[in-house]
Design a protein around this ligand. Structure first.
Ligand code: G4P
Length: 285
């Protein structure tokens, strides 16, 4: 029942990122606000050592707001500039541009003193699959803007995108593989959609979801799947079978599992965050 993992393209992705980072002023490191620790790729901090980095927690609209605040404080104590966004919302562009400008104050001031007044800030988005890189990129360059064309140093086929604001972004976001130390990490990634469906069994992930929600939000689970309070005491596999029946899917628990996963991802079971800052010290992530 192990979730399969395919690290094959990792080395290539890392090399690409190492090359790209030389071209930008700031790295936008995207993590999923529902799994802020699990969706971090440790290579990002290693590679961007000394480079300005803005930590962006995406999907904050789906995450537990209290835990998001805790995570922002946690990252700030780590010396990072961090903010949480709904990447789908308009207005996110200004928020990020302002944060980037603040982050780069010293650098921009130094250049200005040397007579190099700079209007634009060059950036790249990196993060695990499905974290919201394309969504954010579209917001930052405001969709209809045209690519500004190839420039020296940019890999063939790569382009800078620009919008109404003062940001220029590399069109190809850095896709980095999530860490995969243990089964819990894998299940968190699967549940939030960071690893593809073919790489896991839905029932494993659904059982994981049921375990989580029955302790954190039993009411929503009961209402969603028409369960008696006593049903929440059942062993997880039995609970899954009961939900399967309640969904009118007879004994097709795989189909029910897919439904549960979809419900979770869409926020139908409420806003949630699977990682807690307090676990970082003790956890073996
Ligand atoms: P990627 O490039 O990093 O792989 O991610 P992408 O932007 O394609 O986003 C993956 C999915 O996550 C998309 O949903 C996107 O709409 C959604 N998404 C991205 N950022 C946010 C956010 O801040 N909040 C919410 N709620 N969703 C976000 P999808 O299911 O592929 O499409 P759709 O549901 O938008 O139609």
């Amino acid at each position: 029942s192990n979730i399969q993992w395919f690290p094959g393209h990792m080395a290539k992705a890392i090399r690409q990122f190492e090359a790209n980072i030389k071209l930008v002023d700031v790295v936008f490191e995207l993590v999923d606000a529902r799994i802020p620790f699990t969706s971090i790729n440790p290579e990002v901090s290693r590679i961007s050592q000394g480079e300005p980095r803005l930590m962006i927690l995406t999907k904050a609209d789906l995450a537990d707001p209290k835990l998001t605040q805790q995570w922002l404080r946690f990252f700030r104590t780590q010396g990072l500039v961090a903010l949480a966004v709904d990447a789908k919302l308009t207005g996110v562009q200004k928020k990020i541009e302002n944060a980037a400008r603040t982050l780069l104050t010293t650098k921009l001031a130094a250049q200005s003193e040397r007579g190099m007044e700079r209007q634009t800030i060059k950036a790249i988005c990196v993060g695990v699959p499905n974290v919201g890189k394309s969504t954010l990129l579209n917001q930052l360059v405001q969709r209809r803007s045209a690519p500004v064309g190839n420039r020296p140093g940019v890999t063939k086929g790569q382009q800078w995108l620009t919008g109404n604001g003062h940001l220029e972004l590399l069109d190809t976001p850095g896709i980095l593989w999530p860490k995969f130390q243990n089964q819990t990490v894998a299940e968190e990634l699967a549940l939030t959609g960071a690893i593809r469906d073919s790489a896991y069994h839905s029932d494993d992930v659904a059982l994981f979801a049921l375990q989580f929600f029955r302790t954190t939000n039993p009411t929503v689970l009961q209402e969603r799947y028409r369960l008696q309070a006593s049903a929440l005491e059942l062993p997880a596999p039995e609970l899954l079978l009961l939900i399967t029946a309640n969904l009118g899917m007879r004994d097709d628990y795989e189909r029910a599992s897919d439904r549960i996963i979809t419900d979770v991802r869409k926020g139908k079971l409420g806003r949630f965050t699977l990682d807690e800052p307090q676990d970082v010290v003790t956890d073996e992530h």
